[in-house]
Ligand binder design. Structure first.
Ligand code: SF4
Ligand code: SF4
Ligand code: FES
Length: 249
């Protein structure tokens, strides 16, 4: 069995296991957008990137498509990886600021500014809907059309595909087909509401149930959801400016 070193932990895995699966086995969180456990790896979003290679060489690679190999050394949260993830998330927020999934990820991974104009696109081309339709629904009713900037998923809402069963699975799995949270400043591109409230949701509500899960502020992972509406005695704190302004990859 290939033995790899991941964040300093030496461990063996069966051949064919991906670095993402290895990290998940060890409880190391790696953000993903185009990955789903029930679908084939696609490697589109690059959010799962890690530093990996055989010393002294290593480079940024997507963990969901990288298979374990004897001697592979992986860093999942190096400074370089974190910077690259924040930059990617900033780009995704600018592309689809209306996506709660993307806003939550941006908040969790410390994106504190968006330097691009919001595009409000309705697709990040993660391919989840296409794979869901083909691999789980066995319909193959949708797919990508065109190339480059014109590349798009042919929508099930266009002239009805004869093989679409209208099961809704493509909508269910899409990370963009959902409204963002209505946090403190929903009119801005970057929400970050969940990390800038004081008192925090759990301090404020007796039976807190938070729609912002995974919440970067409450430090209690789990199915907590906000039970009541936000009111005026809760204060939204303006986020601190980034410490390393302008530093990208
Ligand atoms: S609604 Fe139609 S296009 Fe969407 S997953 Fe179901 S069969 Fe496929
Ligand atoms: S429509 Fe949604 S699920 Fe399909 S590729 Fe675009 S972002 Fe991904
Ligand atoms: S989750 Fe690995 S590239 Fe998208």
């Amino acid at each position: 069995m290939p033995s790899i070193r991941i964040n300093g932990i030496q461990i063996e895995f069966d051949p064919g296991v991906t670095v993402l699966e290895a990290a998940q086995f060890l409880g190391i969180p790696i953000p993903t957008l185009c990955h789903d456990d029930g679908l084939k790896p696609y490697g589109a979003c690059r959010l799962c990137m890690v530093e990996a290679g055989f010393p002294p060489r290593h480079r940024l690679q997507s963990a969901c498509t990288l298979k374990v190999e004897e001697g592979l050394v992986v860093q999942t949260h190096s400074a370089r990886v974190e910077r690259a993830r924040r930059l990617l998330l900033e780009l995704y927020v600018a592309t689809c600021p209306q996506s709660k999934t993307i806003q939550d990820l941006a908040s969790r991974y410390g994106v504190r500014q968006v330097r691009l104009d919001p595009a409000f696109k309705d697709c990040i081309q993660c391919g989840k809907c296409v794979r869901m339709c083909a691999e789980q629904m066995m319909a193959g009713a949708i797919g990508f059309a065109h190339r480059g900037a014109r590349r798009e998923v042919t929508s099930p809402f266009r002239p009805q595909s004869e093989v679409c069963r209208q099961c809704g699975a493509c909508l269910y799995i899409c990370p963009v087909c959902e409204l963002r949270c209505q946090g403190a400043r929903p009119e801005t591109t970057l929400c970050s509401g969940c990390i800038n409230f004081s008192p925090s949701c759990l301090q404020y509500h007796d039976q807190a149930m938070c729609f912002l899960e995974p919440c970067a502020a409450c430090e209690l992972a789990g199915p907590l959801r906000l039970a009541g509406p936000l009111s005026k005695d809760r204060v939204w704190h303006k986020p601190e400016p980034p410490k390393q302004h302008g530093e990208l990859l």
